[in-house]
Design a protein around this ligand. Structure first.
Ligand code: NI
Length: 403
């Protein structure tokens, strides 16, 4: 089967490169992927897949039914949106949309998703169960996965696979990660209310700027003294505003930041922990405050059994040398984690690095993915999907409760 998948992918590669260049030249911002979605739906329909459009606003779902009796549904997710960046690659197929660029490689993801659908549609008569392709919008603003879930894209899904390109891994290689792959990312906003007064008479006022400085310092120190160092937390205050004149004590300050964590238990406890510290500092110095903690996406936690299945499929397809086990997670965020609240899944990194070109990072105006990685992604996903039906055991039946 592996040989058949590789041969099919080789035949499809020129068409897939055409698709990728079309998508790259026509990027669309998060939540506005109208033409991309129509294009994806067109390709999926031409394969004979049952297609649903406008799932999660501009998302597309394709169903590739198997012929067997296995009721499980395996989902494969790719994202479609681009970034507000002006491309500077100088490529012939560079963005034709001013100020918008596929600088995160989601054009590669969409192409790999379509390529996998092409391969699996041809194997459909042999697939024991259904594969559902999720083409998601708005990943860059961490909204699209939630929209898709809300519209039922994960209904009856037993497991889900995903991937993201990665320029620091050489093209045609893969990175597999057991456990946490990305961090939970939450938003924090703090309003401190003091009492204004003359800059020369601090004892008659409550200085909100000085208290804000105490809040920031105390939060950073408390991370090192009260959080488990083996369960990292990063708190960055990226915005601070307050005060009206150099000689007037400020009565109000607003702080805003991002909070990243890896461990689910830490993530759970962070809002109450931050609230206690901020309230305590403000209370001590006679100010009042309001803490608005908004949960963003949780951490991506890869399922061990499915990750092992992907690793084995990749090693069989490409050899051990081209499959790295990633020793560390990233503190970046990825809304793939919202699917994992519905079903176990695994996400891997697809190497697109071009060391000869200096490897600009993701979200860089000169980022350029090596197109050789398209076939690597397609074969890995298609073969992992094939192996899924053969090797991943069904969950154990629940034990009978005594009457
Ligand atoms: Ni991305």
């Amino acid at each position: 089967m592996l040989t058949q998948i590789k041969d099919l992918t080789t035949q499809l590669t020129p068409r897939l490169i055409e698709i990728r260049r079309h998508l790259h030249a026509h990027p669309e911002l998060s939540g506005q992927e109208y033409q991309t979605a129509a294009y994806v739906a067109g390709v999926l329909s031409s394969l004979g897949l049952q297609v649903e459009e406008a799932v999660g606003k501009t998302g597309v779902v394709g169903h590739c039914p198997g012929v067997g009796t296995d009721q499980r549904v395996l989902a494969i997710r790719t994202d479609m949106d681009a970034l507000p960046i002006t491309e500077r690659t100088g490529l012939a197929y560079a963005s034709r949309q001013p100020g918008v660029m596929h600088a995160c490689g989601h054009d590669m993801h969409t192409t790999v998703g379509l390529g996998t659908a092409m391969v699996l549609a041809q194997l459909g008569a042999k697939l024991p169960g259904t594969v559902r392709f999720l083409f998601q919008p708005a990943e860059e603003i961490a909204q699209g996965a939630g929209w898709m879930v809300q519209d039922g894209a994960m209904r009856d899904v037993s497991h889900i696979l995903g991937l993201h390109v990665f320029p620091s891994i050489p093209a045609r290689s893969l990175g597999i990660r057991y456990g946490a792959l990305t961090a939970a990312a939450d938003d924090l906003e703090i309003f401190i209310q003091g009492e204004s007064g003359h800059g020369a008479r601090p004892h008659e006022a409550t200085d909100a700027i000085w208290i804000a400085a105490q809040v920031i310092t105390t939060l950073q120190q408390a991370i090192s003294r009260t959080q488990n160092p083996l369960r990292p937390v990063v708190l960055t205050i990226g915005q601070i505003s307050g005060g009206r004149a150099p000689n007037v004590i400020a009565d109000q300050v607003r702080l805003a930041g991002t909070v990243r964590s890896l461990h689910p238990e830490t993530h759970e406890n962070l809002p109450a922990w931050i609230e206690t510290i901020v309230q305590g500092v403000c209370h001590t110095h006679g100010a009042t405050c309001e803490v608005n903690y908004r949960r963003g996406v949780p951490s991506v936690q890869n399922d061990p059994a499915l990750t092992q299945l992907v690793e084995q499929a990749a090693v069989e397809a490409w050899g051990r040398d081209r499959v790295q086990i990633l020793p560390e997670p990233s503190l970046g965020a990825e809304d793939f984690s919202l699917y994992l609240q519905e079903a176990p899944g695994s996400m891997f990194r697809l190497g697109v690095g071009r060391p000869d070109q200096g490897n600009p990072p993701l979200h860089h105006p000169e980022f350029e993915a090596d197109e050789g990685a398209i076939a690597t992604g397609v074969v890995t996903l298609a073969y992992a999907a094939w192996q899924y039906w053969q090797h991943l055991k069904r969950p154990e039946e629940p034990p009978l409760t005594p009457a």
